[in-house]
Design a protein around this ligand. Structure first.
Ligand code: UD1
Length: 420
């Protein structure tokens, strides 16, 4: 196992570059199954979740090659229609393969997905939507068996704008017979990126990024190339690092429009943000100010994925900030670890109250989940002394070479192996 050793309270500055979006590339990888032939994807980050998706594609029969940040995926010959349990358990978004596999093979056999422990993560919306598209689904213990000769269009109302369910419906309906309408669809930028990829392959998806998405089924898709959007959550994490420890930090390769839900929060903290093309400069005050209230919401609300990293930044702000985590019911597991640095945070159900402290002090902590792990790295960067962050396999799911990138902006950080 590996850990990060971080000597904190060092000034950070300079430029840091944001890699391609994990949450955008994962559904696109699943979607390559329904595009027979060779798809070329650019700006694909080297993350363990991407490796897990590639392993699933290879198991199904696809040939996948990586050249730096470009992946070439050849799905001409698909030989399996099942995903082994150990592959499904690697990550939550393995469930996105359900729609693409049943579309491609007319039958799919898989078990419920794994992923970060951030609360109850049901898949009822995925399954009920596929049923509305005509799939026959039976669940037998830990196995989901899904069959359909050809899916058909349907009007699907989502009781919650689930990102994954919206993606599964989009992938399942592009080759379905007739028209599909998704009402109360998720509006995240990753949904629009999936639609952009599928449309470039001949799909007819209208309104992605809005609450109502319409899909006119087509008979065939043809392979194409696509460049994945930058990762807005990684950008926000680096902005938090800048807010905490840099007078000025330039975050490169961002899409400012995707950061609209977080930029006003940084302004409220007293940071100044300057945008120039795909560069974002954050200029931080001597001490950050509290933010009265942050409620996580589906896009364009404040992202739940940024809750923990923003909490780490605000743990050193002047005054009291209040968080309301409305998307996931178990997404405060990092708080007990943040407290080890001396952060003053209390939790009552979905509400977390952060009383900013002047200093954080080094601690030995363990990542509890992907974004929670990133929040611990931020706290360690700001803490006086040398900290260790263990269980970094969680962090590697979503941050490419985090220690190399942070080193470039002045962080004193090392990755080391450890036993047990
Ligand atoms: C995606 C992101 C994740 C992010 C989340 C919310 C990927 C790979 N992951 O996860 O980083 O935190 O969006 O922005 O893109 N729900 C149900 N039934 C379902 C599906 C979801 O009740 O069938 C509930 C969940 O329990 C949760 C809420 O809906 O409370 C949001 O989940 P969803 O939007 O589906 O998140 P994911 O797609 O899993």
């Amino acid at each position: 196992m590996e850990k990060l050793i971080i000597t904190g309270n060092q000034p950070l500055g300079g430029e840091i570059s944001v890699h391609g979006s994990k949450n955008a590339v994962l559904p696109i990888l699943a979607a390559t199954l329904i595009v027979k032939g060779e798809t070329v994807l650019h700006n694909v980050p080297e993350l363990s979740d991407v490796t897990a998706s590639v392993e699933i594609l290879r198991h199904l029969g696809a040939r996948v090659k990586r050249e730096k940040s470009t992946l070439v995926i050849d799905t001409t010959n698909i030989i399996n229609n099942d995903i082994p349990e150990e592959m499904m358990r690697e990550m939550r978004s393995s469930i996105i393969f359900l729609g693409s596999l049943v579309t491609r093979c007319k039958e799919a056999l898989l078990c419920p997905p794994g992923g970060c422990d951030i609360g109850v993560r049901p898949i009822d919306l995925h399954l009920s939507s596929l049923k509305q598209l005509g799939a026959q689904i039976s669940e037998n213990g830990s196995c989901i068996h899904c069959r359909a000769q050809r899916l058909h269009g349907a009007k699907i109302f989502l009781s919650f704008p689930s990102v994954g369910a919206t993606e599964n419906i989009m992938i399942s309906s592009v080759l379905a017979k007739g028209k599909t309408t998704i009402i109360n669809a998720a509006r995240e930028p990753e949904i629009s990126d999936l639609a952009a990829f599928l449309n470039s392959c001949g799909a007819k998806i209208f309104g992605a990024g809005e609450s109502t998405v319409e899909i006119d089924g087509v008979d065939e898709l043809y392979p194409n190339s696509h460049t994945v959007i930058p990762d807005r959550i990684v950008a926000s994490t680096y902005m938090c690092a800048g807010a905490l420890q840099a007078k000025e930090l330039v975050v490169k390769n961002v899409r400012a429009a995707h950061l609209v839900p977080v930029i006003p929060i940084f302004s409220e903290m007293g940071c100044r943000i300057y945008l120039s093309g795909s560069d974002l400069k954050i200029v931080s005050p001597k001490r950050l100010k509290r933010v009265k209230s942050i409620k996580t919401m589906p896009y364009p609300g404040f992202p739940t994925d940024c809750q923990s990293v923003m909490m780490a930044a605000l743990s050193k702000a002047k005054g009291t900030s209040v968080f309301n985590e409305s998307v996931f019911d178990g997404r405060y597991k990092h708080i007990s670890e943040l407290r080890r640095f001396g952060a003053d945070i209390t939790v009552n159900d979905r509400i977390a109250v952060v009383n900013g402290v002047r200093e954080l002090y080094a601690a030995n902590v363990y990542s509890t989940d992907l974004r929670g792990g990133a929040s611990l790295v931020l706290a360690a960067l700001a803490a006086v002394g040398t900290s260790t962050v263990g269980n970094i396999c969680h962090i590697d799911r979503g941050y490419e070479h985090i220690e190399k990138n942070l080193k470039k902006i002045g962080a004193v950080i090392e990755r080391k192996d450890y036993e047990g």
